[in-house]
Design a binder for this molecule. Structure first.
Ligand SMILES: *Cc1c(COP(=O)(O)O)cnc(C)c1O
Length: 409
């Protein structure tokens, strides 16, 4: 009989969203008439931009005729999308990239989860705590995280992010081989300044550390001083891989498209001490295990970069950020300090009386009929925090604010 990959058996089942669903269902059984508002989901609710719909319809029509039909596309993505990315997402910020440094994919979850394929198992790596769970779990599957003991993986370097350090981890005292950073951050909704990001790039250059930078929420940045890409920092092209996604930017959570940037200069070591280009390795990995994002999807993504597309996408982002502002204002007026929500669609706050995340979650559910996400579900440093998302409908947000105000006063 085939043997399993034992690493998968080490995984701690993350019951976070299942646990939430269970608690919500239990509540509903007791209170069948209650009108629940969900502010826990990390999924978008607004429809796709009309330019994307039009572009995807046209692409389908092309596939309907022998003369314009297309089969397999390039594993790295079509030129038209790679060029639009280089020209629109990077050139205006003074970042020069070649199209061969852009790898289009079906989203940032796959890429952040798969990138470990090209990295050795003996690497020591760091993660922020709280965290987007993919970064740790994909390393557990690979056998790089060690054993789970006392709530921690013993081969993982955890970097706590909390109100005290403004949700940006301290520069590690020891050398790490690679590190995951995500800004604007899920779950905390907080950002990193140019100065703080520079410290990380400098650390990476000095210590030959690779930074895996998740920029999935870059489009939500409102403050012109906050960097959208790590490559805005000098030297980052030598030490960083950056992940992008159209999921939150343009409502592509169901369409599926994103891309990863691997500059040619980024290298890692062989056991013999030779430097190998990670761009080449990732290219080889993708060509073997991935056959490209669909043509239709990539045409839809390309349309985001037209003038009309930019306006339509911005309107949707403004809508969500309007929700975020409303929620933040409400919490602030109730005397609760609110983190995030200014440059990201997530709001993160401490439970008022030092209650546990789950206790406060239940209170909010039973007393205000609001569903949130307990911060502890994202890691031990999330204990005592609650995450709200701004991805809901405006009317639901307004009603949530009314309930919060009544309930907390
Ligand atoms: C939503 C999200 C992504 C995007 O994942 P896709 O696979 O592109 O939908 C990536 N990173 C973080 C932190 C996210 O929250």
């Amino acid at each position: 009989m085939a043997l399993v990959n034992e690493n998968f058996l080490k995984l701690q089942n993350s019951y976070l969203f299942a646990d939430i669903a269970k608690k919500v269902n239990a509540f509903k059984t007791l209170n069948p008439k209650a009108d629940i508002i969900r502010m826990g989901i990390g999924d978008v609710t607004r429809p796709l931009a009309p330019v994307c719909i039009e572009a995807m319809k046209n692409a389908v029509e092309e596939l309907a005729h022998a003369e314009t039909f297309r089969g397999y596309g390039p594993e790295q993505g079509y030129d038209f999308l790679q060029e639009a990315i280089v020209k629109n997402d990077f050139a205006p910020r003074g970042i020069k990239l070649e199209t061969s440094e852009i790898f289009v994919s079906d989203g940032a979850k796959s890429d952040t989860g798969n990138i470990g394929d090209i990295l050795g198992l003996d690497n020591i790596f760091g993660v922020t705590d709280p965290i987007y769970p993919v970064y740790i779990d994909s390393n557990v599957m690979a056998g790089r995280a060690g054993m789970f003991q006392d709530g921690h993986w013993n081969n993982v370097h955890y970097m706590p992010c909390n109100a005290e350090n403004n949700f940006v981890p301290e520069i590690p005292k020891k050398r790490l081989d690679f590190v995951y950073l995500c800004y604007p951050n899920n779950p905390t909704g907080t950002v990193i300044t140019r100065e703080e990001l520079k410290k990380w790039v400098d650390y990476a250059l000095e210590n030959d550390c690779l930074i895996l930078y998740d920029a999935a929420y870059e489009a939500f940045i409102q403050d012109p001083e906050i960097p959208h890409s790590i490559y805005e920092i000098k030297g980052a092209k030598k030490c960083a891989i950056e992940f992008h996604s159209y999921s939150k930017t343009a409502g592509f959570t169901g369409v599926r498209c994103g891309y990863t940037v691997i500059p040619k200069e980024v290298t890692a070591l062989t056991e013999g001490g030779d430097k190998v280009s990670l761009n080449q390795l990732w290219n080889r990995r993708q060509c073997t295990k991935f056959n490209g994002a669909s043509y239709i999807t990539q045409r839809g993504a390309e349309a985001i970069y037209t003038e009309e597309g930019k306006q339509q996408v911005k309107a949707t982002i403004d809508y969500y950020m309007g929700n975020a502002k409303m929620l933040c204002n409400a919490l602030t007026s109730l005397g609760i300090k609110c983190f995030g929500g200014e440059n990201a669609p997530y709001i993160w706050f401490k439970t008022p009386n030092g209650e546990s995340s789950w206790k406060f979650f239940e209170k909010m559910l039973y007393e205000a009929h609001l569903v949130t996400t307990p911060g502890v579900g994202f890691g031990p440093s999330g204990e005592g925090y609650i995450r709200l998302t701004a991805f809901g409908q405006r009317e639901d947000c307004e009603e949530a604010v009314n309930r919060l105000k009544k309930w907390m006063r």
